[in-house]
Design a protein around this ligand. Structure first.
Ligand code: ASP
Length: 328
């Protein structure tokens, strides 16, 4: 009996300490956002802009980015799923949270149950781009060039299960073509190789491609959204749907996550800080310049975010299965 009381006292003390820590959060300790792709790419860019915008609402604390690339985001996501649930380690990931479970076998975490959902940050269109040297100047000519070079074309991606991988697989399925996939740890190194001509094609977020299109370093042929984009630089690009690939649509979204079990008061502080960051005019402006749209709808709340991801899993699983685009 004595032992039981002692155990209860230890548990109560531990709980008290956890509650006190939760009340103090974030204190003066830095918060780390794990980015599951290489530095300098589109997910990294959103995370770094968000980190900057989070600093003030998190009481001036430093927000550090930890790039943990590999396996189309699964390595970084698994690291956060296993991290201490204290609010100091977060994950910023994109649509891979909804597509990895059906694109990759043996995912080392459970999307629905291993995370706390903090909110969706933004939506980002994708663009189909090529290395600079190809003869095509519009989508029709690109399709002709692809057909004329059957079996010779390669397409970069950020690893099995990544957004570029998904987009490339869906594109090949829709056009009944086969290309050689070239995996990278993110689309920052992929676009460098595209510019250098080591790879032929890439489908990637506008947050990565817009500056390179603008600088004339790559050629852009189409966007993956249902409507053309308003961004002056990209407004003349056709949608893949209007270019003949009916219902071809891929829009990337980014969301913020904490490990399962993070205390509710900490989650509330993080969600409040995220919502304040999403209203930061500098953050909004930076995102707009690159074609991203900062979220303002119900998905910025934890419940709305989780429902959205579950809906996205339900939406993408049959599309991925129907397209027969399993990764392995
Ligand atoms: N855009 C990449 C992808 O294809 C990820 C990245 O490097 O941010 O998933």
């Amino acid at each position: 009996m004595k032992k039981l009381f002692a155990l209860a006292a230890v548990a109560a003390a531990a709980m008290g300490a956890t509650c006190a820590q939760a009340q103090d959060f974030p204190g003066s300790k830095p918060v780390t956002i794990v980015v599951p792709f290489a530095a300098g790419g589109p997910t990294d860019r959103v995370a770094r802009d968000l980190a900057e915008a989070l600093r003030k609402p998190l009481g001036g604390n430093t927000v550090i980015i930890d790039n943990v690339p590999g396996a189309g985001s699964s390595i970084g996501a698994a690291k956060v799923a296993r991290a201490a649930p204290d609010g100091y380690t977060l994950l910023l990931n994109h649509i891979a949270m909804a597509t990895v479970p059906s694109l990759v076998r043996n995912v080392p975490f459970k999307v629905e149950t291993d995370f706390e959902y903090l909110g969706i940050v933004n939506d980002v269109p994708m663009t189909l781009i090529s290395k600079p040297g190809i003869p095509a100047t519009n989508y029709k000519e690109l399709a002709g060039w692809i057909a004329a070079n059957k079996g010779k074309i390669n397409i970069g991606n950020a690893g099995v299960g990544s957004a570029s991988h998904l987009c490339g697989l869906l594109y090949q399925s829709a056009t009944k073509t086969e290309m050689t996939p070239v995996p990278y740890k993110g689309t920052a190194p992929a676009i460098t190789d595209l510019i250098g001509g080591q790879i032929d094609l890439l489908c990637d977020q506008t947050t990565n491609t817009t500056p390179q299109i603008q600088a004339g370093k790559v050629k852009a042929f189409a966007v993956t959204t249902p409507k053309r984009l308003a961004l002056p630089m990209l407004k003349d690009l056709p949608t893949l749907d209007e270019a003949g690939l009916k219902n071809f649509q891929v829009t990337i979204w980014h969301g913020l996550y904490a490990p399962k079990g993070t205390p509710a008061p900490v989650l509330k502080k993080l969600n409040d800080a995220m919502k304040a960051a999403l209203k930061d005019p500098d953050f909004i402006h930076r995102e707009e310049l690159l074609g991203a749209v900062v979220a303002t709808d119900g998905r910025i709340e934890p419940a709305g975010h989780k429902k959205f991801v579950i809906d996205e899993i339900a939406k993408w699983t049959p599309i991925i299965k129907a397209a027969g685009v399993y990764a392995d």
